[in-house]
Design a protein around this ligand. Structure first.
Ligand code: HEC
Length: 115
């Protein structure tokens, strides 16, 4: 191997392979970080108030502006809470659709929505 003109090329090749390996490992790490950030973002979304009304949008529309059920935006929080607790007889609004804490949170959230 002494004075073999190929040796520098082999060294460069080995270095290159090492570099590629290093970068791909780093890349995988970054990917995990990005994925973690993404998951974090989604968790916040689930914690978001709008997640509370997932059970309502099927009938009241994606922005609660009304579909099968009426527009809920801007209704009085106490009224919404009352409807959730007692229901509206003869309609799909059944009593105790949500427990009290949820009903309160939902009512407060919906009452802040603007038409
Ligand atoms: C299966 C369909 C359906 C679902 C699910 C549903 N609603 Fe309703 N909701 C209705 C209908 C229909 C009415 C109209 C009842 C009537 O005729 O008075 C209504 C009425 C209401 C009213 C009374 C509106 C007013 O102007 O007095 C409130 C408040 C309400 N819903 C809140 C909710 C909330 C909050 C949720 C989610 C937790 C929800 N609803 C889920 C169908 C639904």
């Amino acid at each position: 191997m002494k004075n073999n003109p190929v040796v520098p090329y082999i060294l460069i090749l080995a270095f290159g392979i090492g570099l590629i390996f290093f970068m791909s490992v780093q890349g995988a790490d970054n990917k995990k970080e990005i994925a973690a950030e993404h998951e974090g973002g989604e968790t916040t979304e689930v914690d978001d108030k709008s997640a509370l009304v997932q059970a309502c949008i099927g009938c009241h529309g994606g922005d609660l502006s009304g579909a099968v059920g009426p527009d809920l935006r801007g209704l009085d929080a106490a009224h919404i809470q009352d409807v959730l607790k007692n229901g509206i007889e003869g309609t799909p609004m059944q009593p105790n659709m949500k427990n009290e804490a949820e009903a309160k949170a939902i009512a407060e959230y919906i009452s802040t929505l603007e038409k």
